[in-house]
Design a binder for this molecule. Structure first.
Ligand code: HEC
Ligand code: HEC
Length: 262
C-alpha cells in the first residue's frame, strides 16, 4: 500500500520528540524567540508529520521511486539532474561546502525544502529548477528515500581555533542571553541531531553550508522558516558567531562515525 506524506495521520511523533530534553531546554528561550511548543503547534496546524525512520515505514514503491529520482530518473523523465551528482552517491554531500549532506535528514523537512525551492521562498539558482521539475509525488518519494538512508560523515577540513569551537559550543548549548540568541539545542536537539519532522540536524552538516544558510537568513535571502524563527536568530549573530557555531556543529555527534569504513 502506498502512503503519501500528506495523507499520514499526525501521530504522537512530535509529542514523543518533545518529551525529552527539549522541554527542559526551553528554559533557555528568550522572550522574542517563539517557544518550541508554539512553533510545533504552528507547524502541525495544516501540515502532516513524517518520521520515516521512527514511526513510519515508507513502502517499497515510494522508496524505489525516490531512488530512481536520486539517480536522475522519474515519472516524466526526471528532474534533468541526478541528485547524487551533487549530493554524493549516498547523500553525504561533497565536502566543498556547496552541496549539503542530506542522508538521514528529516524527511518532512526535506519535502518542505523542495516545495520552498520550487515556490521561491528559498530561492537557489540550482535547486529551484530541479525542484520545479519534480512532481509532488517525486518530491515526497525522494525525501523519504534520503531520510531512510545513512552515509558516513565527511571529515571536516577547515582550520579553527579551540576558542572558536568553544564559543560555538556555548552558543549551541546556552546561547547568549546578553545578545538574545537562544540555545540551538532548544530546537535542534541536545546533540544537534534535529527534531524530526520539521527541525533539521546540524550535527555532521557541512560548516560552510550552514554558515551560508545563516547568512542567507540574516540577509533575507532565505525566507522559508516557520514563524521567522531562524531569521530572527541569525539577525543577532555576527560573522564570528556564525562561523563558530557552524564549525562546532560540523564536528558534533555523527562525526564520531567519520572514521568508519565506507
Ligand atoms: C547541480 C547540483 C545539485 C543537484 C543535481 C541537486 N542539488 Fe540539491 N542542493 C544543491 C545546492 C547548491 C544546495 C544548497 C542550496 C542553498 O545554499 O540554499 C542544495 C540543497 C538541497 C536541499 C536542502 C538541504 C537542507 O539541509 O536544507 C535538499 C533537500 C536538496 N538539495 C535535495 C536535492 C534533491 C532531492 C535532488 C535531486 C532531485 C538534488 N537536491 C539535486 C545542489 C544540487
Ligand atoms: C525555536 C527553534 C529553533 C532554534 C532555537 C534554532 N533553530 Fe535553527 N532551525 C529551526 C527550524 C524550524 C529550522 C528549519 C527551517 C525551515 O523549515 O527551513 C531550522 C534550520 C536551521 C538551519 C538550516 C539547516 C539546513 O540544513 O539548511 C541552520 C543552519 C540552523 N537552523 C542553525 C541554528 C543555530 C546555529 C541555532 C542556534 C544559534 C538555531 N538554529 C536555533 C528552529 C530553530
Amino acid at each position: 500500500m502506498r502512503f503519501r506524506l500528506k495523507h499520514l495521520i499526525p501521530t504522537l511523533a512530535v509529542a514523543g520528540s518533545l518529551g525529552g530534553s527539549v522541554l527542559v531546554a526551553t528554559a533557555q528561550d528568550y522572550d522574542d524567540t517563539p517557544r518550541v511548543e508554539r512553533l510545533q503547534a504552528a507547524l502541525n496546524d495544516d501540515r502532516v508529520l513524517f518520521q520515516a525512520t521512527v514511526n513510519q515505514q515508507p513502502d517499497d514503491d515510494l522508496l524505489e521511486l525516490g531512488q530512481l529520482v536520486a539517480m536522475g530518473g522519474g515519472q516524466q523523465g526526471g528532474s534533468g539532474m541526478a541528485c547524487i551528482a551533487c549530493h554524493g552517491a549516498r547523500g553525504q554531500g561533497d565536502g566543498s561546502g556547496a552541496f549539503p549532506r542530506i542522508a538521514g535528514q528529516a524527511g518532512w523537512y526535506m519535502y518542505k525544502q523542495l516545495n520552498d525551492f520550487a515556490s521561491g521562498t528559498r530561492p537557489n539558482e540550482i535547486m529551484t529548477g530541479i525542484a520545479q521539475r519534480l512532481s509532488d509525488e517525486e518530491r515526497e518519494a525522494v525525501s523519504a528515500y534520503y531520510a531512510a538512508i545513512d552515509a558516513p560523515v565527511l571529515p571536516t577540513s577547515g582550520q579553527v581555533t579551540g576558542e572558536t569551537l568553544q564559543w560555538g559550543g556555548q552558543l549551541g548549548a546556552v546561547g547568549s542571553e546578553e545578545r538574545g540568541i537562544p540555545a540551538c539545542i532548544n530546537c535542534h536537539g541536545p546533540q544537534g541531531t534535529g527534531m524530526a519532522p520539521s527541525v533539521p540536524y546540524l550535527a555532521g552538516q557541512d560548516a560552510a553550508y550552514m554558515a551560508k544558510q545563516l547568512t542567507d537568513w540574516r540577509d533575507g535571502l532565505r525566507d522559508n522558516d516557520p514563524m521567522n524563527v531562524m531569521s530572527a536568530i541569525a539577525a543577532k549573530m555576527t560573522d564570528e558567531d556564525i562561523t563558530a557555531v557552524s564549525e562546532y556543529y560540523a564536528r558534533v555527534g555523527p562525526q564520531v562515525t567519520a572514521a568508519a569504513p565506507q
